[in-house]
Design a protein around this ligand. Sequence first.
Ligand code: NAP
Length: 247
Amino acid sequence: MKTVLVTGGSRGIGAATCLLAAKAGYKVAVNYASNEVAAQKVIAGIEAAGGEAFAVRGDVGNEPDVLAMFQAVDKRFGQLDALVNNAGIIDAKARVDEMSVERLERMMRVNIVGSFLCAREAVKRMSTKHGGKGGVIVNVSSVAATLGSAGDYVDYAASKGAIDTMTIGLAREVATEGVRVNAVRPGMVETEIHASGGQPDRVARLAGTIPMSRAGKPEEIAGAILWFLSDAASYATGSLLNVSGGR
Ligand code: NAP
């Protein structure tokens, strides 16, 4: 049975990915930052469908937490076949000329450094160079990386631009070591992330500006992530896939 670690697996796109991965036969490590109740709900959903999963707390932007998280996965599963680098944050709507250094450092620490630290630990376990059996990393970027999010959160968009670049570079770095690295770039998706940035009405307000005239559902992003994880994507690495209703 293959194993996958999904960061930010307790809610939104990550939770949908955990449930779909379990359905596809993966044993799932569900990472969360603080909402243990939400993580346990995902575990219960997986177990009710006959799957296997466990919850692991950890802030991806904190190195000791990341090391402990991967050690917990080693202990529980013995082997890691896949990482979904999904944990990410936004912040309040602001112009660049209003952003504090604290905000910028938090954004880059969680979204960029967090993804790098998790990718690093995954490569150490998966790469044939390190004695591993290969594996797959899927980064969750955003179409914001191509749009820039002017007036909303250029810092967030830039952090996702960094994830796109990391996807291409890391994919090439480990391409002959059995590890594929790809990114899914969601458009606007119906999750709690918008409320966490102080815009609970964002989806309702902006859905009409999307070519398909609706926001995506977390399950529609999870499907693309699962495709990259699967052997059907065996020749895909360094790919950036927009799943964004045409935007
Ligand atoms: P969400 O509903 O806000 O859920 C965020 C998840 O990440 C939760 O499980 C949360 O854990 C976890 N998390 C937050 N900070 C963390 C940290 N420092 N360490 C570990 N876990 C952390 O978010 P979402 O909308 O599903 O977004 C998931 C990913 O998709 C993000 O990378 C986001 O940038 C990207 N994305 C989202 C959209 C969209 O419209 N929703 C569009 C494009 C890209 P707790 O439950 O413990 O808080």
